[in-house]
Design a protein around this ligand. Structure first.
Ligand code: SF4
Ligand code: SF4
Length: 67
């Protein structure tokens, strides 16, 4: 299974990665990060294919995908 590393302390909660994930794996969480934003989280790890579209789309370079 691919592994996502989400540096959510840098996330600005913009939802770009959520919108582009073809498997609907990601979601914006209810908690606040140190920047005061609601960061992204992995909602459905088993559905993730490791395509890395989320990592490529994120303007803050928050997500790394390891296979
Ligand atoms: S690697 Fe692909 S499938 Fe997995 S969360 Fe990112 S966009 Fe979605
Ligand atoms: S695209 Fe990046 S900054 Fe925006 S919600 Fe996703 S991880 Fe956070």
């Amino acid at each position: 299974m691919p592994k996502l590393v989400i540096r959510d302390d840098r996330c600005k909660g913009c939802s770009i990665c959520v919108e582009f994930c073809p498997k609907d794996c990601l979601e914006i969480t209810d908690r606040l990060n140190p920047l005061g934003y609601r960061p992204v989280g992995l909602r459905d790890p088993e559905a993730c294919t490791g395509c890395a579209i989320c990592a490529r789309m994120c303007p803050e370079v928050v997500i790394e995908v390891w296979k």
